[in-house]
Design a protein around this ligand. Structure first.
Ligand SMILES: [Mg+2]
Length: 258
C-alpha cells in the first residue's frame, strides 16, 4: 500500500480472539502492554475502533486509550469521542435480558463450569469450562430454558446466537457489529467529507461474519485464527492472533516511517 493510502485506513478490530487471546475465564482477559502500545501509536495517525461483544464499560477499562472508538455489546452501544450511542430498542429490552439472565443463574447454579456474563444490553452464556461430555447437555438445557422463557413472556424480544463456546443473548433487532461499523464510518465521513477512506475489519468468530463480509466489499477484511464452517468471506486469512498483532505492528511502523 502506498504512503497516502496508509493514511486513509480506518482500522476496525474485534477484541477477544483477535487483539487478545481467548482465556478460559473471560474476566481474566487483559490487553498486553505490547498490543496497547501498538494501538496507542496507531491511533495517533489513523482512526482505530474496537467492535466487541463485551460491554462498553469493560472495553473502556480493558483498553484504556480514550482516543480509540469503542463499540460494545455487539455494536449496540458506541463511544466515539464525545458522541455516545445506545440503540433505543436494545435499551427497551434491557429488563427482559436481566429477567432471562436471572432465570439462567437459578437454573445453572449447580452446573459446574457455566459462566453467565451480564453486560447490560446483552448477556453471554459461557460453557468453555464445562467438561466436554457435558457441553451438549448444557446447551440443550439452555435452549429449553430459552424456549420456555420466550413462550411465557415477551420472548420475541430476545434472540440467541452461537459464538466460540458461548451463546450470546441479544435483543431481537437487526443491529449488530456491522451496523455499528457503518454508523461509525458515516459519522467519520461527515466529519471529514473530503477524505477517502479504506476501512479494514478483523475478527475471529461467527459473530464477525457479517462485518467481514461487508468489509470485503467496501474495504479489506481479515479473518484471524482457525477457519470456521461455513467458510467466512474475507479478503485475507491469518492463522493466528500473533500474526495479526505482527501485522498491526508492521502497519504502525509503515505509517510512522512515511
Ligand atoms: Mg472475537
Amino acid at each position: 500500500m502506498s504512503g497516502s493510502a496508509l493514511n486513509r485506513i480506518v482500522l476496525f478490530s474485534d477484541f477477544d480472539g483477535t487483539l487478545v487471546p481467548i482465556r478460559k475465564d473471560p474476566k481474566k482477559v487483559v490487553l498486553s502492554v505490547r498490543v496497547r502500545n501498538v494501538l496507542k501509536r496507531l491511533v495517533r495517525n489513523i482512526p482505530v475502533a474496537i467492535i466487541s461483544g463485551r460491554s462498553l464499560a469493560f472495553l473502556k477499562k480493558a483498553i484504556a486509550i480514550p482516543e480509540i472508538i469503542l463499540a460494545g455489546n455487539h455494536g449496540l452501544e458506541v463511544k466515539m469521542g464525545l458522541d455516545r450511542y445506545r440503540h433505543p430498542k436494545a435499551v427497551a429490552c434491557e429488563k427482559t435480558i436481566k429477567l432471562f439472565t436471572d432465570c439462567l443463574k437459578r437454573e445453572f447454579r449447580k452446573t459446574a463450569g457455566i459462566l453467565i456474563e451480564e453486560k447490560g444490553l446483552t448477556a453471554t452464556f459461557h460453557y468453555r469450562l464445562v467438561s466436554e461430555s457435558q457441553r451438549e447437555l448444557a446447551c440443550n438445557a439452555f435452549y429449553d430454558r430459552f424456549k420456555n422463557f420466550s413462550e411465557n413472556s415477551d420472548g420475541d424480544l430476545l434472540k440467541v446466537r452461537a459464538g466460540k463456546m458461548s451463546l450470546e443473548i441479544l435483543p431481537n433487532i437487526n443491529w449488530g457489529k456491522k451496523e455499528a461499523i457503518l454508523w461509525i464510518l458515516e459519522r467519520y465521513k461527515k466529519r471529514f467529507p473530503q477524505r477517502k477512506v479504506i476501512p479494514i475489519y478483523s475478527g475471529d468468530d461467527e459473530t464477525d461474519r457479517a462485518s467481514l463480509s461487508l468489509m470485503k466489499k467496501i474495504g479489506i477484511s481479515i479473518f484471524v485464527g482457525r477457519e470456521i464452517a461455513p467458510k467466512i468471506a474475507a479478503t485475507f486469512f491469518l492463522s493466528s492472533q500473533t500474526q495479526y498483532i505482527a501485522l498491526l505492528r508492521q502497519l504502525q511502523l509503515e505509517i510512522e516511517g512515511q
